[in-house]
Design a binder for this molecule. Structure first.
Ligand SMILES: [Zn+2]
Length: 493
């Protein structure tokens, strides 16, 4: 099904992803009918579960494919191997060592980490930028591994379907059910919330695993404090990592206490790595959003790595993910979805779309959009009493075909004809060299050349005033904290 959206980098067809969404529903229903025995790995006791291990792994695997498609893997093989090795060492000392674990570094700037049932654990590069030692990384990996070991997401995943119609708003998904036929439904990670008891259990187990392998879990407490500071600064909205932990200070004390206890309880042999051993791993890592994967500027959207651009109607909202771009009218009555296809031509992309979505075609024609060969299909999609009018435009650009679907209800459509025409008619190759060569910001590891407080050291390194607090958080220090000559610091450049 090559018309379906593909990952912007891998261009793997996501036809299977869409099918997987259905199969998860089926799995879920089957699970309710078939429920049976599973194991509580932490206590070692058998327990009743709707989802046995085989189903749990299948659930995780299907979701994993979608997460990798949606976020993309960060392209740094050494870093990926490093994170995986630490993760595997922790999993090996857990109560569930026989499960196959997958630790992935996602190409996303979010300061968050999460785990899915069946052994899938994700560290976006955003959180890696905030660790200041291998011990902190190991602490958080241990915590996420514990969610898998204790099967925290499993029952929840079986009850709640992790996918929503479109990931923007439920209203939008209800209004345009056809979207399901136009783009894959993204995973809504917001639904994957653990209870406070589960978080406490994972803190406990995470400290245990880290300590058994020789990591100092006290540093994990420090990291939670850093995140707590960020949380306060952002009005609690940014790091979802702590969203289910309302009392960061209590958590800080408890984790420190647990670290003391476990270091006494097991044969704790510190690995003794220095902060720089970790910092070296992330020196040069992309920080924040990567403009090469798409950005907007003055009502234009640019995708430098693929080399195309288009206009965004004034006041419309744009959501850019690794898999698709969605541009929505302010009142959500109309939208344009852009996906990539690996079809061999605009014409075959159009054929595949028609076969899959099966709308009533009112017109189909060949066009040239700013010199690019294109096929335009006008159609109406009927679902119950809802009639959605769609203008699809398949544009050949380099080796791929860009698929645009502009849609609104049949009655609203005339209101948006102009905006649709503006966007669809502006699709073109980027010619501006400065935009084609745009570079993301990167983490730089530097050494303080003199002693002083962090604020003055950062200022000396050319960090602007309004970025100093962010850099302080990233270094896990206060702006007033003393820095010794030769200390290693992270800045962003
Ligand atoms: Zn957690």
């Amino acid at each position: 099904m090559p018309w379906l959206p593909c990952h912007l980098k891998s261009l793997s067809t996501t036809g299977s992803v869409r099918r997987s969404w259905r199969s998860i529903l089926l799995l879920t229903m089957a699970a309710f009918l078939l429920g049976g025995c599973a194991r509580d790995y932490v206590s070692g006791r058998p327990t009743f579960s709707l989802i046995d291990e085989e189903k749990e792994i299948a659930l995780g695997k299907e979701s994993d494919e979608q997460i990798v498609t949606q976020y993309g893997l960060y392209e740094d093989r050494d870093l990926a191997v490093y994170v995986d090795e630490i993760g595997q060492s922790l999993a090996a000392v857990s109560q569930r060592p026989e499960l196959k674990y997958h630790f992935r570094v996602l190409d996303d700037g979010v300061v968050n980490a999460f785990a899915l049932p069946g052994g899938y654990i994700y560290m976006p590069r955003g959180i890696l930028a905030y660790f200041n030692s291998e011990d902190q990384l190991a602490g958080v990996l241990g915590h996420e591994t514990a969610h898998v070991v204790a099967r925290h997401g499993v029952e929840q995943m079986s009850k709640q379907v992790l996918f929503t119609g479109f990931g923007l708003t439920d209203r939008l998904a209800q209004r345009f059910p056809v979207i399901g036929g136009v783009a894959t439904a993204p995973i809504n990670l917001g639904l994957l919330k653990y209870s406070r008891d589960q978080e406490s259990e994972s803190d406990l187990l995470g400290v245990e695993y880290a300590t058994r392998v020789g990591f100092d879990a006290h540093t994990m407490a420090d990291f939670f404090r850093t995140i707590g500071a960020m949380s306060a600064e952002a009005g609690g909205s940014v790091p979802t990592y702590l969203s289910s932990h309302p009392h960061p200070e209590q958590r800080y004390e408890r984790v420190n206490q647990l670290a003391d206890e476990w270091q006494k309880k097991v044969d704790y042999i510190p690995r003794g790595t220095e902060p720089i051993d970790y910092l070296r791993r992330i020196d040069g890592m992309v920080y924040g959003p990567d403009p090469r994967q798409g950005f907007t500027q003055e009502e234009m959207y640019f995708h430098p790595s693929l080399g195309f651009q288009f206009s965004v109607p004034a006041d419309w909202n744009l959501a850019n993910t690794a898999t698709r771009v969605i541009v929505v009218a302010p009142n959500e009555e109309a939208l344009v979805v852009m996906t990539l296809t690996d079809a061999s031509s605009a014409s075959t992309a159009a054929d595949s779309f028609l076969k899959e979505a099966n709308p009533q075609v009112t017109d189909r024609r060949k066009e040239s959009v700013n010199g690019l060969p294109a096929v335009v299909v006008e159609s109406v999609h009927v679902e119950g009493r809802q009639r959605t009018r769609i203008q699809s435009q398949f544009v050949e650009h380099r080796e791929i075909v860009l698929a645009f679907h502009a849609l609104a209800s049949e009655s609203d459509y005339p209101t948006y004809t102009k905006s649709f025409a503006l966007l669809l008619g502006s699709v073109a190759s980027i010619t501006d060299r400065a935009i084609l060569e745009v570079e993301p910001k990167r983490v730089r590891v530097v050494q303080a050349e003199a002693a002083g407080d962090l604020a003055s050291i950062l200022a000396g390194l050319g960090v602007p005033d309004d970025e100093q607090q962010e850099m302080a958080n990233m270094n896990g220090r206060n702006l007033e904290a003393p820095v010794a000559k030769g200390d290693w610091l992270k800045i962003v450049r």
